[in-house]
Structures are given as structure tokens and as C-alpha cells.
Design a protein around this ligand. Structure first.
Ligand code: HEC
Length: 124
């Protein structure tokens, strides 16, 4: 199971490399990895402490990002709701462990992170 997952993600990774050939042209919006919201959000999430508590497809201290994407439809209202939660923290939607507040994040960055997470519902 684990092996298959690795091979598939590697294949997807290589595909996105070979695909980003033409310089600076806007992605056509095909795959998730080409989505500008995905790139910006991933960048911010990777720079912050998020991956200390969240994994993409496995529940860790916090819920897996693909499960969050499955729970909330990708709408503007939900992006704002999750951005609020990222900035101010809170608990009770997934269990009793609280999500840490990130008061230093701008609303704009929190929104970008939320958009990224809501693109992950099909990650396996
Ligand atoms: C200290 C551990 C921790 C860190 C660091 C953390 N989270 Fe969380 N996160 C959690 C927990 C625990 C929950 C579940 C909270 C709940 O049950 O409502 C959660 C929930 C969430 C949710 C779902 C909120 C909801 O209401 O359903 C999102 C989105 C999220 N985190 C994004 C992030 C992002 C983005 C970062 C980095 C800026 C981050 N988290 C950093 C622990 C963490």
C-alpha cells in the first residue's frame, strides 16, 4: 500500500516538473499542482508551522488536509471560515485538541492557506 502511494506521488511529481516548461505563462487550470492558489498556499503553509501538526493524507495532531477538504466544500464562505480559524485557532470541529492561533498571519495569507487546503480533497 505504502509503496504504491510513493510511486504514484513520485509519478505525479515528475509530471508536474516536466509540465512547467514554458516560462511564466498562466496555467490552463488543469491539474491541482498548476493552480496558482495551490502554489501560493503550499508555499505559505510550508514556511509556517502547519506541517508540524498537519499532514496531507494522514491524521496527525490535527486533521489530515485531504479530510478538511472533504468536509468543507470549496466556497468563498468556507475559505473565509477556515482562514479565521487559521488566524485565531479554536477547537471542537475535529476533536478536543485545539488548533493553534496564528495571530501574526495576515488575512490574505490565511485565505491563501485555506484555498490550498480546500484543493487537497482528492489527495490520496
Ligand atoms: C499545534 C498544532 C497545530 C498547528 C501548528 C496547526 N494546526 Fe491546524 N489544526 C490543529 C488541530 C488540533 C485542529 C482541529 C481543531 C478542531 O477540532 O476544531 C486543526 C484544524 C485545522 C483546520 C480545520 C479547521 C476547522 O474548523 O475545521 C485547518 C484549515 C487548519 N487546521 C489549518 C492549519 C494551518 C494552515 C496551519 C499553519 C498556519 C495549522 N493548521 C497549524 C492543530 C494544529
Amino acid at each position: 500500500m505504502k509503496k504504491t502511494f510513493l510511486v504514484v506521488s513520485l509519478a505525479a511529481f515528475c509530471f508536474s516538473c516536466s509540465n512547467s516548461g514554458d516560462s511564466g505563462s498562466k496555467p490552463a487550470g488543469g491539474s491541482t499542482a498548476d493552480n496558482p492558489d495551490y502554489k501560493k498556499g503550499l508555499d505559505l503553509v510550508a514556511k509556517s508551522d502547519c506541517f508540524g501538526c498537519h499532514k496531507i493524507t494522514e491524521t496527525s495532531v490535527g486533521p489530515a488536509y485531504n479530510l478538511i477538504g472533504q468536509k468543507y466544500e470549496n466556497t468563498e464562505a468556507n475559505v473565509n471560515l477556515l482562514a479565521e480559524k487559521i488566524q485565531h485557532g479554536g477547537s471542537g470541529n475535529w476533536g478536543t485538541v485545539p488548533m493553534a492561533a496564528h495571530a501574526a498571519l495576515s488575512k490574505e495569507d490565511a485565505v491563501a492557506m485555506a484555498k490550498y487546503i480546500l484543493l487537497l480533497k482528492d489527495e490520496k
